[in-house]
Design a protein around this ligand. Structure first.
Ligand SMILES: [Zn+2]
Length: 546
C-alpha cells in the first residue's frame, strides 16, 4: 500500500516536472536589422495613434527581457556581417566577414589569433542540421545572400561576393528560403530541383499553394521593395512569408531552426527615413506575432528576437524640439509620419524621372505638405548637376536630398546615416520560461542558441573537423588549385589532389568531392579563400585516399 502510494507520488511528480520543462525542438530567431530601441517606442506610439488607443502594444513587448552588447572584433559599432556572425558562431569578427575568423588588427577589442584568419566557422544552424538533423529556414526581405541570412549558412571574408555566398546556401541543405535575390540562385536552380526543392519566382499563387516541405520562393531579383512601395497584391508580407515558412518546417521530425529578418528597417535607417523605419518595423512586428502564435500552439518552440546593431541614432524629439519638447503634442509628432505615403527612396526615384514642374505636386500628393521654394531649388540644381548619369545614380543622390527635406518637416531626430553602437533589445518567448535575462553579450546569445538547438560546446570541434586547411589535410600529396572557368569574373576554383593511383577533385562552395569520377557527398560546404590560396574542408576526406 505504502509502496504503491510512493510510486503514484513519483509518477505525479515526474509528470508535473515534464509539464514544466517541455523539450525544445524548434528555434525561431528573428532579427530586425539595424533597429535601435527607440524604434520600438516610436512604432508603439504610431500604432496607438492610428488605433486611437495608447494602451496598444507591440507583439514583441510582453517578451522583452534584456539588453545585448553587439560589436565587431575591432570596433564597438558593429556591421551586419560580423554581428549576426557572432550570434551564429560565438566569435566576434570584422566588418564584411560572414561567419569567418577575423583578421588581426591594431584595434582588436579581444585577442585575435592571426593563425586562424579567414577560417570559416561552423554556425549554430549548421551544427543543428549536421548533429541534430534539424530542418533549416531563412526568411528575409533583402536578398538571400545579404549579410544576415548569409551569416547563418555560409562563410566568406567579403560579404559583397554575393555569388559565392548564394552558391554555398544552395549546397548547404537549407530547406526553406523565402526572400529576394533570385538573380544569384537562378543559375543553380537545377541543383535545388534535384533535391526535391519547389523553386518559385514571383509567383504568389504558386507560393500560397505550395505543398512541398522544401520551398525556395523569391519575390525580387535583388531586395524586395519596402512594404510602403511594394505591390502587395503580388508580394507577400513578411508575416505571410513567416507563416508559410513555418508551415513548411512544422512537420520536420527532428525540429527546425529558422532565421526571419526584417532586413530593411536598416536600409530605411541608413536614409534617416522615419516613416519607412516605423513601417518596416511594424511589418516585422506582425511577423513576430505569427511566430509567437505558432510557438504557443506548438509548445516546443522558442522565439528569440533581437536586432544585430542600432542605426541612425533615431530619437523621438530633435534639435527642432530643443525648447518645445515639453509642449509638443502627439499630433505634431505623428501627422508627418501619417502623411508620408512612400519611402524617401521611392520619392527620389520618382523625382529622378520627373520634370521640374512636377516637384511641388509630387511632394503635395505623396507627402501632403508644400515644399519650400529653396528646397525645390536644391532638387532642381541637383538634377541639373547629375544630368547624363544613369537613372539609379540620380535617384540615389536625390534620395539623400529628399530625406533631408522630409526630416525638416518632422520632430524625429537623427545623429548619423550610419550604424550606432548602443546595446540592442532582447525579447524571448520560451514555453519553459527559463530564458536568460539582464545584460548579455553577443557571445552569450550564441551559447544560448546552441543550448536551445542541443549543440552546446560543439561548434569549435565541428569547425576543427570540417574546416581544416587543405595544406594540412593533403600534406604529402601532389596538390593543384585552378580556376573552374576562364571567365575573369568567375570566383570558382577547383582543388585537384593526386596520389599514385587516385585523383580527387573538389569545387569551391559545393558540398561534395569527386574521387576517380565518383561523386561523394559531404555534410558541409567547402570554402576556398583567395587571400591565402587555401581550401577549407573536412579532415575525413583524406581517409578516402589510399
Ligand atoms: Zn545589420
Amino acid at each position: 500500500m505504502k509502496k504503491a502510494l510512493i510510486i503514484q507520488f513519483f509518477l505525479l511528480f515526474s509528470i508535473s516536472v515534464f509539464a514544466q520543462n517541455e523539450e525544445v525542438k524548434n528555434v525561431i530567431l528573428m532579427i530586425p536589422d539595424g533597429t535601435s530601441s527607440s524604434v520600438l517606442a516610436l512604432s508603439r506610439w504610431y500604432k496607438g495613434y492610428l488605433a486611437g488607443d495608447y494602451n496598444t502594444t507591440l507583439a514583441v513587448d510582453p517578451y522583452l527581457r534584456g539588453l545585448v552588447r553587439t560589436f565587431s572584433s575591432n570596433n564597438p559599432i558593429g556591421d551586419s556581417a560580423p554581428t549576426t556572425s557572432c550570434y551564429m558562431t560565438g566569435q566576434p569578427s570584422k566588418a564584411g566577414f560572414v561567419s569567418t575568423y577575423p583578421e588581426k588588427t591594431d584595434s582588436d577589442l579581444f585577442p585575435v589569433d592571426a593563425t586562424r584568419t579567414y577560417q570559416p566557422l561552423i554556425t549554430a544552424f549548421e551544427a543543428a542540421r549536421i548533429l541534430k538533423h534539424k530542418a533549416i529556414g531563412l526568411v528575409a526581405t533583402s536578398y538571400l545572400e545579404d549579410a544576415t541570412p548569409a551569416d547563418c549558412m555560409s562563410h566568406y571574408y567579403n560579404r559583397h561576393k554575393r555569388a559565392i555566398l548564394a552558391k554555398q546556401m544552395v549546397y548547404n541543405g537549407v530547406d526553406v528560403v523565402i526572400s529576394g535575390g533570385a538573380k544569384e540562385v537562378r543559375p543553380l536552380e537545377n541543383e535545388l530541383k534535384n533535391k526535391g526543392v519547389n523553386v518559385i519566382y514571383d509567383d504568389i499563387d504558386g507560393f500560397r499553394n505550395n505543398e512541398s516541405d522544401k520551398l525556395w520562393a523569391f519575390f525580387d531579383e535583388s531586395d524586395i521593395p519596402y512594404h510602403l512601395d511594394c505591390d502587395t497584391d503580388n508580394v507577400p508580407s513578411l508575416a505571410e512569408m513567416t507563416k508559410v515558412a513555418l508551415n513548411c518546417l512544422a512537420g520536420s521530425p527532428d525540429g527546425f531552426a529558422i532565421m526571419v529578418e526584417g532586413s530593411k528597417v536598416d536600409w530605411a535607417a541608413h536614409n534617416d527615413d522615419a516613416k519607412t523605419i516605423v513601417d518596416e518595423y511594424l511589418e516585422f512586428d506582425k511577423a513576430v506575432q505569427v511566430a509567437i502564435d505558432f510557438a504557443k500552439k506548438d509548445g516546443h518552440t522558442v522565439v528569440v528576437i533581437l536586432p544585430d546593431h542600432g542605426n541612425s541614432g533615431i530619437s523621438i524629439g530633435s534639435r527642432k524640439t530643443n525648447k518645445t519638447y515639453n509642449k509638443m503634442k502627439i499630433d505634431e509628432l505623428m501627422q508627418p509620419l501619417i502623411d508620408y505615403t512612400v519611402s524617401a527612396e521611392k520619392l527620389g526615384d520618382l523625382l529622378a524621372g520627373s520634370d521640374n514642374a512636377e516637384i511641388k505636386p509630387l511632394f503635395k500628393k505623396l507627402c501632403n505638405f508644400d515644399i519650400a521654394d529653396e528646397d525645390v531649388k536644391e532638387i532642381v540644381d541637383m538634377k541639373a548637376k547629375s544630368e547624363g548619369n544613369e537613372h539609379s545614380k540620380v535617384a540615389y543622390t536625390l534620395t539623400k536630398v529628399v530625406t533631408n527635406i522630409l526630416y525638416k518637416n518632422t520632430c524625429i531626430g537623427f545623429t548619423t546615416y550610419g550604424h550606432t553602437g548602443e546595446d540592442v533589445f532582447l525579447a524571448i518567448y520560451d514555453p519553459n520560461n527559463n530564458a536568460p535575462t539582464g545584460w548579455l553579450t553577443n557571445t552569450d546569445i550564441n551559447e544560448y542558441l546552441c543550448e536551445l538547438l542541443g549543440v552546446s560546446g560543439q561548434l569549435p570541434k565541428l569547425t576543427d573537423e570540417l574546416y581544416a586547411r587543405h595544406q594540412e589535410v593533403f600534406d604529402g600529396y601532389e596538390v593543384k588549385i585552378e580556376k573552374v572557368s576562364k571567365d575573369e569574373k568567375d570566383d570558382n576554383y577547383k582543388l585537384i589532389v593526386k596520389s599514385k593511383k587516385q585523383k580527387l577533385e573538389i569545387e569551391s562552395y559545393t558540398n561534395y568531392f569527386v574521387l576517380d569520377g565518383k561523386k561523394i557527398d559531404l555534410e558541409s560546404v567547402v570554402i576556398y579563400v583567395d587571400k591565402n590560396n587555401t581550401f577549407y574542408l573536412p579532415k575525413k576526406i583524406r581517409e578516402y585516399l589510399q
